[in-house]
Design a protein around this ligand. Structure first.
Ligand SMILES: [Fe+2]
Length: 268
């Protein structure tokens, strides 16, 4: 798959059997949590997250929690460590993958602010009562997504809903460190309305440079494509449909790890 964003070319190859889908639009068979918003057509928006003092407390708590997670994984890091220096410490794939095991699938009881405050804020922005609990497996979790610079840590382009458990939700990307025009999440606006027949993908989880991912990878798209990085700033949140093609967010920073919080909400 070859594409470009912000005039930077990105390329990956995934192993595995590939194929095109049927002429169906998955979103039309689902609950569309962007349906009651002004950004429904694009499938994403960038919004302010919290009042400034609330955000400061949130960010400090997120910093402390992430340091604790990394320390538990065996990394030697002090509490005043600058998060975007992570790649200097997790300098090998083995160290990074060990750390990732401790920064994913975290209970929302550990969320850096009362999860109800996040649910209330996003419910207002979506004009729908939402909850951070997956109705398919009853899990209430979030993840720190950590992408080192110039390393194959990022997942490929995909739709979340190619995995069953992510139907009907809305996705959040909350930047914490190193997230900018070179590294923040890549999305393809309006692609949540595209039929599966427009997209070639791996039929099961992607495998890139020997690294396996749960999600299948986009391997080709018919017609013109225009990827963007909406690039939310500190105290902003990128809200986007899980039916949008997204991911593949290669961190093209020369020397900064990109760290974000990833969480999903469903209709209450
Ligand atoms: Fe995703």
């Amino acid at each position: 798959m070859q594409y470009s964003v912000n005039n930077r070319a990105i390329h990956y190859e995934s192993a595995g059997e590939k194929g095109q889908g049927k002429a169906v639009v998955l979103l039309t068979q689902a609950i569309d949590l962007s349906a009651k918003t002004s950004w429904n057509k694009q499938g994403y928006t960038v919004e302010k997250l919290f009042a400034d003092d609330v955000y400061t407390a949130f960010h400090n708590a997120a910093h402390s929690l992430l340091i604790n997670c990394w320390q538990t994984s065996g990394l030697s890091i002090a509490h005043d460590f600058s998060l975007d220096r992570y790649h200097k410490i997790a300098s090998t794939t083995e160290k990074h993958l060990a750390a990732v095991e401790h920064t994913k699938l975290l209970s929302t009881t550990l969320f850096p602010i009362d999860i109800v405050r996040l649910e209330e804020r996003i419910s207002i922005l979506c004009n729908e009562a939402l909850i951070a609990r997956n109705p398919f497996d009853n899990q209430s979790v979030f993840h720190f997504r950590v992408i080192r610079p110039n390393q194959p840590d990022n997942n490929p382009l995909h739709r979340d809903v190619w995995l069953d458990d992510y139907k009907d939700c809305i996705n959040l990307y909350i930047p914490l460190a190193g997230s900018n025009e070179n590294s923040s999440l890549v999305i393809l606006p309006e692609s949540h309305y595209w039929p599966e027949s427009k997209i070639e993908r791996t039929l099961s989880g992607a495998e890139i440079h020997g690294v396996k991912f749960n999600v299948p990878a986009v391997t080709g798209i018919e017609g013109e494509i225009n990827f963007i990085r909406p690039n939310p700033k500190q105290n902003e949140v990128l809200i986007f449909s899980p039916y949008l093609i997204h991911g593949g967010s290669a961190n093209l920073n020369p020397d900064a790890t990109r760290i974000s919080i990833e969480i999903r909400l469903w209709k209450k």
